[in-house]
Write a protein that binds this ligand. Structure first.
Ligand code: NAX
Length: 328
């Protein structure tokens, strides 16, 4: 029998945590034949609710779930972690400046990065979901100098999935026929969902759509502002879809992309496509054997270049701000 994979989830008592943990335990994160142990990290006020969720997890009698530990100490929660899903973060509240937000999250992601550095397993893979996800990933990475830097990733898969769904609706094609969609840049309103290399049933998506006005005024803002639209409709932010995207991100990273397709991940830039080295930015990537590679050689037209640059500029500003706070 296989040794269980240790999966640490932070913010386990939150709404994404609630949608996420049951799918990890039922085998959707890593595979239907991979046993898992869950390590839940919460702040002290969240521990009781996390215990309640753990009781429900027990009540599912998932055959793959081999244990649940709950802690408010990152050094305990990341001990032996093979996969870490960093979901808990400090949300932006009314009147909070961006600097305050980055500083508050620095107080979370710096110690968590250090705990990962000191206690996680050698093969640790980290996905940051908590916002501002790209920059939180950068902060955690900086605090973990002994962990290979490419193990720190940020989630843009929800944006990727939203864009696929919008493109499917526009073209009337099933989502399964949409390939090679790309999210570039930051997981924020500046993100750029790119259909110029995407295909719909094997044909170029931009040529099928053939409507730059729709792209600029409808598709891109709809994808970028979908989170706000969900809050408006549901009275709460995306939870099940965000959890689903986190599952997709890690599953694809571990199990590989399909031939003829790619996905989008926020990853440390190697300078590809003019994105400054080291920024954690979203790129088109293929994955295989637990490793990812940026898709190279794509032609970037003026329409795309302008939008990628704008999002990357925002990432650079966030990096400058956390540098000024001494977090990098
Ligand atoms: P909730 O507020 O429901 O849950 C967050 C949980 O994190 C709470 O239980 C809280 O006690 C816990 N927490 C706070 N600080 C912690 C710490 N230092 N250690 C451990 N746990 C801690 O938020 P939820 O709706 O679950 O969203 C979580 C995060 O995901 C937010 O930052 C949100 O902005 C972000 N999102 C990111 C998305 C993405 O695509 N990258 C999309 C969905 C979501 O908006």
């Amino acid at each position: 029998t296989r040794t269980p994979v240790n999966v640490t989830v932070t913010g386990a008592a939150g709404q994404i945590g609630y949608a996420l943990l049951f799918r990890i335990a039922s085998g959707h994160l890593l595979g239907a034949d991979v046993p898992v142990k869950l390590r839940l990290l919460e702040i002290p006020q969240g521990l009781k609710a996390a215990e309640g969720t753990a009781m429900e997890l027990e009540d599912c009698a998932f055959p793959l779930l081999q244990g649940i530990d709950i802690s408010d100490d990152p050094n305990v929660a990341f001990d032996g972690a093979n996969v870490a899903l960093l979901v808990g973060a400090r949300p932006r509240t009314k009147g909070m400046e961006r600097g305050d937000l980055l500083e508050a999250n620095g107080g979370i992601f710096k110690p968590q990065g250090k705990a990962i550095n000191d206690h996680a397993a050698d093969d640790i893979k980290v996905l940051v979901v908590g916002n501002p996800a790209n920059t939180n990933a950068l902060i955690a990475q900086a605090a973990a100098p002994d962990v290979p830097r490419e193990r720190f990733t940020a989630m843009t898969r929800l944006d990727h999935n939203r864009a696929i769904s919008q493109l499917a609706a526009k073209t009337g094609a099933p989502v399964s026929e949409i390939k090679k969609l790309t999210i570039w840049g930051n997981h924020s309103a500046t993100q750029y969902p790119d259909i110029f290399h995407a295909t719909v049933a094997g044909k170029n998506a931009a040529e099928i759509v053939n409507d730059e006005k729709w792209l600029a005024e409808n598709f891109i803002p709809t994808v970028a502002k979908r989170g706000a639209a969900i809050i408006e409709a549901r009275g709460a932010s995306s939870a099940a879809s965000a959890a689903n995207a986190a599952i997709d991100h890690v599953h694809t990273w571990v199990n590989g992309t399909a031939d003829g397709d790619w996905t989008s991940m926020g990853i440390p830039s190697d300078g590809s496509y003019g994105v400054p080295e080291g920024l954690i930015s979203s790129f088109p990537v293929t994955t295989k054997d637990g490793r990812y590679e940026i898709v190279q050689g794509l032609e970037v037209n003026d329409f795309s270049r302008e939008r990628i640059n704008a999002s990357v500029k925002e990432l650079e500003e966030e990096r400058e701000a956390v540098r000024a706070l001494g977090l990098l």
